[in-house]
Design a protein around this ligand. Structure first.
Ligand SMILES: [Zn+2]
Length: 198
């Protein structure tokens, strides 16, 4: 990074705001209407965040919350005015919808979660952040879904292809093939915990 210098002083010193640990996170949400939340993983490493979600959660044990996009961008019917900016986190389901992602699951398969596997601490952090968003915007627990559930409903569920999605279909690796039934089971586990936290 290059700083402009004038009389020896840094005049363009960036303001650095460290993303807070999830337990210290005190969000200030923008006013408006949100009706649903979709839960994701990034399919990346534990540190890289993406503006394709409103919140990204980094770290595998000490989890930090990054605000990566403005919730207000999705507080509208994006199908009527599809021009950006809005956060396109879930095909066809971005209107009035928040997207929250854990940073994990690079190269993962349903049988082997790879070198950045989803952790229990990340799952808990995801539920904490979702509960806070749901509480503030009065979103019913049943309006919170995993991307896998959305993909299943919209016929692009699965692993092994860039066109398929299985975010949070399985919360730990297992030997069998992915099944539609376990998608709902995993979603129910997350919703139950979010409800406890709400
Ligand atoms: Zn996703």
């Amino acid at each position: 990074m290059v700083f402009a210098r004038r009389n020896g002083a840094d005049v363009n010193e960036p303001v650095r705001i460290e993303p807070p640990l999830v337990r210290l996170w005190r969000p200030v949400f923008p006013p408006g209407t949100l009706r649903s939340i979709i839960l994701h993983w990034t399919a990346g490493d534990y540190v890289t965040t993406f503006p394709a979600y409103h919140f990204c959660l980094t770290g595998s044990s000490e989890v930090h919350v990054h605000t990566t996009a403005d919730l207000q961008a999705n507080m509208r019917d994006v199908t009527k005015v599809p021009e950006p900016p809005y956060v396109a986190h879930t095909a066809g389901r971005n209107s009035y919808a928040a997207g929250i992602a854990v940073c994990a699951m690079r190269g993962a398969t349903p049988q082997n979660f790879g070198d950045a596997p989803l952790t229990a601490e990340q799952i808990e952090a995801l539920c904490v952040v979702a509960a806070a968003v749901a509480r503030y915007y009065d979103i019913a627990i049943g309006r919170i879904r995993t991307h896998a559930e959305a993909a299943l409903a919209d016929n692009y569920f699965g692993a092994g292809s860039a066109d398929l999605r299985w975010d949070l279909a399985r919360l730990e690796p297992a030997s069998g093939a992915l099944s539609p039934e376990e998608v709902t089971v995993a979603g129910d586990v997350l919703r139950a915990r979010i409800a406890e936290l709400s």
